[in-house]
Design a binder for this molecule. Structure first.
Ligand code: NAP
Length: 325
């Protein structure tokens, strides 16, 4: 098969479109013919290298996968060749696209218990835009963050995959959503998606703007997977007893903090990691019911994976970048 292979860790030039051996199913696996694979910031971290998380090279990243089953293992009975599927990439053997060979390829091996049926009314592109972003947001906002109707939530990096999922989930449950992103155009699109307020943090101090929007009360929930120099100012936006949620650190994992806000306002700083089968399956079901509408930014062919990752690194996208083998 053809694949976008990371030959060694480093820059974009290390992604090579080339032949790779076809995957073989184990007894409880299926092989999925990939129709669409969504990019995540994780793909960039896997390619660049993450301290403490060695990835065997050469490697194929890509965990957000939708496609059709093209082969089944000997013990598989509930799934058949031709079934439309998406999947939960967090398997008992490791994460597909991080520890296991991923879906930026024509085919991928998937343990059967990680499959999620892709309803007929969802395209493969939409199917590939759901699992990681909406699964992550579902766990972070509801299981960890206990977000509920009527609460106010600030989302930083709201224009990306997890960001848009957080905005849409916030609106779905009746929260008031302040969406912060890096350009006026992205803010306009977030308003069109239903964000109650938007902040362009390329031009405005998001911390001061949020304080003003909240009428100097602060917000109930802050979603911050950016880290870096957004961390300390985001603590200032939370109201007494507020929850600050993090699932990542795109701009730096060892930020400066300001402990005063944490103790004086008795803030809960809550980490959230990964997602369960249920988080993914529920997200797919909500999309099929029309309660969530994943935003596709761009669709590129597999041989342009490097170009697509550059778009992500340059923040030149809104929503999900999809690769089509
Ligand atoms: N723990 C988990 O299980 C888990 C699961 C999924 C994702 N994550 C993490 O969550 C974060 C977001 O993931 P994602 O796939 O949604 O990423 P993404 O699509 O690249 O979105 C990140 C957004 O953050 C904004 N941003 C702010 N500062 C940035 C910077 N220095 N570099 C790049 N973007 C910056 C960008 O929007 P603007 O241009 O509008 O500012 C960008 O669209 C990542 O750190 C990822 O590793 C963790």
């Amino acid at each position: 098969m053809k694949a976008a292979v990371i030959e060694k860790q480093g820059g974009i030039e290390n992604i090579v479109y080339r032949d790779w051996p076809d995957p073989e199913p184990g007894a409880n696996d299926v092989i999925v013919r990939v129709k669409a694979c969504g990019l995540n910031h994780l793909d960039i971290f896997v390619r660049r290298g993450m301290p403490g998380f060695p990835v065997p090279m050469p490697f194929i990243s890509g965990g957000d996968i939708a496609g059709e089953i093209c082969a089944v293992g000997d013990d598989v009975s509930d799934w058949a060749v031709g079934d439309r599927v998406t999947l939960n990439p967090d398997t008992h053997e490791g994460m597909i696209g991080e520890q296991l060979i991923g879906g930026l390829a024509e085919m991928v091996r998937v343990p059967v218990q990680n499959l999620v049926k892709l309803p007929d009314n969802l395209s493969f592109e939409t199917g590939a835009a759901i699992p990681i972003n909406y699964g992550t947001a579902h766990r972070m906002l509801f299981h960890r963050g206990r977000l509920s109707a009527g609460e106010t939530m600030l989302v930083l990096g709201a224009s990306g995959g997890v960001g848009i999922a957080s905005v849409q989930y916030g609106k779905m449950v009746g929260a008031k959503v302040i969406a912060a992103a890096g350009s006026a155009e992205k803010c306009e699109k977030l308003a069109a998606l239903g964000a109650d307020f938007t902040i362009n943090y390329a031009e405005e101090d998001f911390s001061a703007a949020t304080w003003k929007i909240s009428e100097k009360k602060g917000v109930d929930v802050v979603v911050n997977f950016t880290g870096g120099d957004t961390w300390a100012p985001c603590l200032r936006t939370a109201k007494p007893g507020g929850r600050v949620l993090t699932c990542g650190a795109t701009a730096g994992h060892s930020p400066e903090t300001d402990l005063r806000y944490i103790w004086v306002r008795e803030l809960d700083v809550l980490g959230s990691n990964s997602y369960s089968q249920n988080d993914v399956a529920k997200s797919v079901a909500y999309a099929a019911e029309g309660k969530l509408d994943p935003v596709i930014s761009d669709v590129l062919p597999l041989e342009k994976t490097g170009e697509a990752e550059t778009m992500m690194e340059d923040r030149a996208f809104f929503g999900k970048i999809i690769i089509r083998p």
